[in-house]
Design a protein around this ligand. Structure first.
Ligand SMILES: Cc1cc2nc3c(=O)[nH]c(=O)nc-3n(C[C@H](O)[C@H](O)[C@H](O)COP(=O)(O)OP(=O)(O)OC[C@H]3O[C@@H](n4cnc5c(N)ncnc54)[C@H](O)[C@@H]3O)c2cc1C
Length: 278
């Protein structure tokens, strides 16, 4: 059944970027419609449960100064806080928090759902609607359309997403989540050029397979500094992390066993530009 709604701003995707876009637009008194493929995945973090870090901590602070959510919600769900790069000059110090990723997404989800200026609709945007060279809305996989004055695309890594696990290739967004098919084709049809970026994730280890005697403890800062510059004090919990540095022998073994996988064979590099995370 066709459904017609009109909002000031339509935000496609409820990841980090979508949440901040919706929140700030709502603060400016715009009516916002967020389209998400999974209401439970609003604000969901990728594999690494960290907010901030080198070249990212200052962005979290900038987002905070601009009225965003990430910094204050990271403070509320933080497990360990550390200013990185302390041995170098102050200009390159970077705040990083290890956070409880489930608590973080719960806080983000409730903040979004309780915002009276944000409506959330479950669906997959598959096409941009254009009227006289101007975007007028998007159509959804179920055949309905939503209309708005502005459309913000924050589809993350999901657009035509392809996951490689060894030799297996899976069309998907993140592990366990559907990919998003249609928006890329729609952008191409409108004359945009598209490309493919590549990211990676570390292997998950079974804790029973780890010799804990060979690891060391990595503590956070004694006096954690909050992300929001205006908040004077922070009294979070600080849980130790475990550090493990592989020996040269193990590094050689890993290199040897990864021969033949798409990443090391170069097939991925030919198709995709690398984006490096920490
Ligand atoms: C394997 C992997 C490892 C990563 N590791 C890290 C890391 O360690 N550190 C780091 O900082 N970053 C990492 N990233 C990148 C991470 O995805 C981004 O940092 C971050 O999630 C980007 O936020 P985002 O809001 O742009 O996108 P996302 O968080 O990906 O959110 C996009 C949202 O849009 C929704 N969506 C997409 N298409 C549609 C559609 N058509 N209709 C409706 N909803 C849609 C999705 O369901 C999702 O909820 C990793 C990514 C991957 C895939």
């Amino acid at each position: 059944m066709k459904q017609k709604t009109t909002h000031d701003i339509i935000v496609v995707g409820g990841g980090h970027a979508g949440v901040e876009a919706a929140n700030i637009a709502a603060k400016m008194n715009c009516s916002v419609l967020m389209i998400t493929m999974d209401k439970k995945a609003i604000g969901r973090m990728s594999c690494n449960p960290a907010i901030g870090g080198l070249a990212k901590g200052q962005m979290v602070r900038e987002i905070d100064m601009l009225g965003g959510l990430m910094g204050s919600l990271a403070d509320k769900s933080g497990l360990q806080f550390k200013i990185l790069n302390k041995s170098k000059g102050r200009a390159v110090w970077s705040p990083r928090a290890q956070v409880d990723k489930r608590q973080y997404e719960t806080l983000v989800t409730s903040t979004v759902l309780n915002n009276k200026n944000i409506d959330v609709v479950l669906g997959e945007a598959v096409e941009l609607l254009v009227d006289n060279y101007s975007v007028s809305g998007v159509s959804l996989r179920d055949g309905s359309s939503v209309f708005g004055k502005t459309v913000v695309l924050t589809c993350g890594t999901f657009l035509s997403g392809l996951i490689h696990v060894g030799e297996r290739k899976i069309l998907a967004g993140r592990m366990g989540e559907e990919g998003s098919i249609g928006i890329t084709e729609s952008l191409v049809a409108l004359g945009f050029k598209t490309g493919r970026l590549k990211t990676g994730t570390p292997p998950r280890l079974n804790k029973n397979s780890i010799d804990w005697n060979k690891t060391s403890i990595a503590l956070g800062d004694d006096s954690p500094v909050p992300f929001p510059i205006k908040r004077a004090t922070l009294t979070p919990q600080t849980i130790p992390a475990i550090r493990y540095a592989p020996t040269k022998k193990r590094t050689r073994l890993l290199k040897k066993t990864s021969v033949g996988r798409p990443c090391s064979r170069g097939t991925l590099q030919e198709q995709a530009q690398d984006i490096v995370h920490q």
